[in-house]
Design a protein around this ligand. Sequence first.
Ligand SMILES: [Zn+2]
Length: 375
Amino acid sequence: MLFKDIPGQTEIKKHLIQTIKLNRVSHAQLFYGPEGTQKLALAIAYAQYLNCENKKEDDSCGVCNSCIKYQKLVHPDLHFYYPISSKKANEKPISKDFAGNWREFLLQADYNVNLYDWYEKNGIETKQGIINAADCNHIIQTLSLKAYEAEYKVVIIWMVEKLFHSAAPKLLKILEEPPAKTVFLLVSENHDQILNTILSRTQLVKIPKIQDKYILEALMNQYGVSEGTARKAILLGNGNYYEIVKYTQANQENEITFDVFLKWVRASFAGNVVNIIAALGDITSMNREKLKYFLSYGQKFFRNCLLHNLGGEKLIKMTDKEHDVMQKMSVFVTEEKFHTLNNELEKAIYQIGRNAYIPVLMLDLSFIIRRQLKV
Ligand SMILES: [Zn+2]
């Protein structure tokens, strides 16, 4: 993680870099701030800079041996701990058991993550994750070994407020007497839930919200979002970068779905078999889950047509582009036709779940749409 890939946070970055330049790296630091401030990304960028073999003025080099391993999150002297939970009653997992998932989780989301997504990634979203005593033992054990290759061993504990109370004394002890050249970076969203004894042993680094102008820049340059959509997302997101990125991604996904849907319905409506088959190319290449989502999008679309006809405009949530098409299409969607279309789509969703042969199923559905939308 390079500092330059984290939007904004100029002051914090400057401060962190300064501590390294002045050789004032505190061995235990707590990065705290609300969701969507990129505090975990900052902690990782800081650790990478600390160990970079060819530090630049304001960032890691990104190409040295250490940086390459840091960027893949596989450096042998970088250790992560995070809340986890067992899936079965008699399991006693530790963070290390989830290391592969963790790397994938961070890299796929550009380090822009939240706790719920992490639980969901591991199929434990209905449980309370904790950082347990076995994890604390693991930290002690890991730190008792010599560093493999880095100057500093780094331990990053994400969401340290989830540290199980009975495990705290172990962590406290090592925070008090850390081995040389070891840096603890604790990351927290609710630092008022952290034990005072831990707070008093760490240097606090308050991470503020990212300023809108930097979020706008990131959305447009990094995520390729149009300025209009980016501004709308920022307005809704209230400075929470995590939420804002999620919103724009959902929006982009929605736009793609809409385009595919429109192409298909238009071809079906016209009864042009060549165009239907071309449109089905995009659809039949979807995996089954995506296809189910696509068809439920269709149900929602037709439902909005009906709502529009019945004067329920207030209940319709659509982009301007979708709304425009919906309005035109609604002329053809009477109440009776809506019910037939809705049922047929429902049936198709069910059959897809039961391993129906998708090309034939979708072709049939195209002809049903044609029949229904014909005046
Ligand atoms: Zn480097």
